[in-house]
Design a protein around this ligand. Structure first.
Ligand code: XIL
Length: 492
């Protein structure tokens, strides 16, 4: 076991003290008055959130559709293309063509992707529908492993299990439930092992009303998972408001109560009968009021694209015009307080260093090196590559352009002028790379008063496993330890 020499505690304390002094001075600088953003995605990003939509591959060459989708949203869910029936039409034969079509369309435009969904009673391929018992259990595990291997490190989150509860809070009977009550936790454990970099969500509808039986059933499962260490990072509330189900007065309470279990929450499939402006504004505000509500996704672009098109439930009409509900959502997003508490799935946080509030760093008009406190080495783009997706590493500091970073007023760390330090995912172990700057929250960083640098989207910290040349930089739960502390040092 390695002991820190006593001396280094003093060094750390001195560094923390001076960083705090700087933070105190810098806190005066940020202004709450921001220009109103003109798209849903940009407006949500002001408070560190995303605004997404479901996309259907067969509509992408409709230019009205794809123009709106790319302009307004910064998170994409495949409406059907990543479901089991789409991805594994025959047992053991995966077909990623339409899933990849969505993924490529989104990422080529700098948009992130939520995976939907790995294990569900509906939209199973025919061969899976007819399985049961241990054969089906194995097929579920194989499906999760096959799909997650393909998308490993690429997606912001996966809906691991979808719609597993009845309205009264009991488990829905299905062929999956028939394999044993532990099928959900087996799905989550399998998923974590298959791709540790993506957030793992449970997703369901009619869990918005806190006093409803189904909400309680799901809540109790998440509480149980957290208490037993079953890996789960988030709960998706589908938020389909239709028929008897509309915005409950206690929606924010529900979001808060889930979040208090130590998971992120997200509204994942929003649509509202006739697009009630008050319900749209209210559901948006409920999310904005809960720091761990990380984003909102509507289930389609125009009313004519909706699975409930006769209810006109979306934010754009059939011609692609913005509806009144669009404005009510945009206004709510623009009125939100900037930068909620960064989210993290960390459970235990060492308390040896002060909790870091996001802050602005020392003013730097010019470039800085980013020096690791533990290694003394700099964050470096290997071989001065300018290719999107090049992972950054530690390397001996030499001050050349591939080690010169500029911290901008919009919290980007730019290199070579127009490329940004970029998180390839948001989970533990996600790669940190360079990518063309696109204004998304996975390219925004908080330089914290305790010397850590955390991603606005993930809440996780820049982290290295070691100190040598070539050590890759990744995201990891912030723990304030030396391998997560970096200093911005102005280069002349
Ligand atoms: C729906 C799609 O929108 C339809 O195109 C498809 O025919 C059926 O599935 N809950 C979910 C989504 O989790 O996957 C569903 O999507 C809507 C309800």
């Amino acid at each position: 076991m390695k002991h820190l020499p006593r001396r280094s505690h003093r060094v750390v304390l001195a560094a923390v003290t001076s960083a705090l002094a700087l933070a105190g001075a810098a806190l005066v600088v940020p202004s709450l008055a921001q220009a109103a953003a003109s798209t849903l995605g940009a407006a949500a990003a002001q408070s560190g959130r995303y605004f997404g939509t479901a996309i259907a591959a067969n509509r992408l060459n409709d230019s009205t559709y794809s123009t709106i989708a790319a302009r307004e949203f910064n998170m994409i869910t495949a409406e059907n293309e990543m479901k089991p029936e789409a991805l594994q039409p025959n047992r053991g034969q995966f077909n990623f063509s339409s899933g990849d079509q969505i993924y490529n369309w989104a990422t080529q435009r700098g948009l992130q992707v939520r995976g939907h969904t790995l294990a569900w009673h509906a939209q199973q391929p025919g061969w899976m529908q007819s399985l049961n018992g241990s054969n089906l259990r194995q097929a579920m595990i194989d499906h999760i492993n096959g799909v997650m291997a393909h998308y490993r490190g690429k997606l912001a989150a996966w809906d691991v299990v979808n719609e597993a509860f009845n309205e009264d809070g009991s488990r829905r009977s299905s062929n999956l439930q028939g394999t044993g009550n532990d099928w959900i936790e087996v799905a989550f454990r399998t998923a974590r092992a298959a791709d540790p970099s993506t957030k793992l969500c449970y997703n369901d509808y009619n869990i918005e009303n806190w006093s409803y039986g189904k909400t309680q059933g799901v809540y109790n499962m998440i509480r149980d998972f957290k208490s037993r260490g079953v890996p789960i990072d988030c709960v998706g509330l589908q938020t389909h408001f239709t028929g008897g189900s509309s915005l409950p007065g206690n929606f924010q309470t529900t979001l808060q109560n889930f979040a208090a279990l130590g998971v992120d929450v997200a509204l994942t499939e929003v649509d509202v009968t006739n697009s009630s402006t008050s319900q749209y504004a209210g559901l948006t505000q409920a999310c904005l009021n809960v720091p761990r509500c990380i984003g909102i996704t509507v289930w389609g672009v125009r009313d004519s694209d909706s699975w409930r098109s006769n209810e006109n439930p979306l934010l754009f009409d059939g011609s692609g015009n913005k509806k009144a509900a669009y404005t009510s959502v945009l206004n709510a997003l623009n009125a939100a307080t900037p930068n909620p508490t960064p989210t993290t799935t960390a459970t235990a946080t060492p308390t040896t260093t002060p909790t870091a509030g996001p802050t602005t760093p020392p003013p730097t008009n010019g470039a800085s090196r980013i020096v690791g406190n533990q290694s003394g080495r700099c964050i470096d783009v290997p071989n001065s590559s300018q290719s999107n997706g090049t992972r950054v590493q530690l390397y001996d500091c030499h001050g050349q352009t591939n080690q010169r970073w500029t911290y901008t007023s919009s919290r980007q760390l730019t290199v070579y002028g127009s490329m940004c330090l970029d998180a390839a995912g948001s989970g533990n172990g996600s790669a940190v790379q360079i990518y063309s700057c696109n204004g998304q929250t996975n390219q925004q960083w908080n330089v914290n008063s305790n010397g850590t640098i955390s991603g606005v989207q993930s809440g996780r910290c820049l982290d290295v496993w070691g100190t040598g040349n070539g050590q890759q930089v990744q995201l990891y739960d912030c723990n304030g330890q030396a391998n997560q502390r970096f200093q911005l040092v102005a280069t002349s």
